[in-house]
Design a protein around this ligand. Structure first.
Ligand code: 5GP
Length: 136
């Protein structure tokens, strides 16, 4: 699917680049939640994380901690969230895989998370189903 990030990757829309290699581009988010909010995207045009190739996933995984260290160092903020949304219900607005690195300088700034833990029930069957799905 054509997205604003495809245009950024082709150089048709400008971005403030932070990092680039053969498979990955990282740049500043245009609407930062906090200073230092960086987006990390694969060059591969996958919409959701489950559609991404192992090669691109590995390339992102390899560079993410390094980018987090740079964000920490430059912002002076030692706590942060890494977020990756999949699907509009899950808050995805741009349909090209992207990881957010979002510094969390204090309680009120940065990512707010609504986290209502439930109770794990039927866990053995669920874990078993997931293991089987990984084999398939
Ligand atoms: P999502 O909700 O899809 O996880 O986040 C999409 C992110 O892309 C948002 O944080 C938004 O600010 C950012 N964004 C959207 N359009 C542009 C753009 O043209 N340039 C940059 N640098 N970021 C963008």
């Amino acid at each position: 699917m054509e997205t604003i990030f495809s245009k950024i990757l082709r150089g048709e829309v400008p971005c403030l680049k932070v990092y680039e290699d053969d498979l990955v581009l990282a740049f500043l988010d245009i609407g930062p939640l906090t200073r230092g909010h960086v987006l990390v995207i694969p060059k591969e045009p996958a919409e959701r994380l489950d559609q991404l190739s192992d090669e691109s996933a590995a390339a992102i995984g390899r560079v993410l901690p390094r980018l987090c260290r740079a964000v920490k160092r430059v912002t002076g903020v030692d706590q942060y969230n890494v977020l990756e949304n999949n699907g509009p219900r899950a808050h995805q607005a741009v349909f090209h895989v992207h990881f957010h690195i979002i510094p969390k300088p204090n309680e009120s700034e940065g990512l707010g998370v609504g986290w209502r833990p439930g109770k794990l029930e039927g866990g053995e069957a669920l874990a078993s189903d997931l293991r089987a799905a990984l084999e398939g």
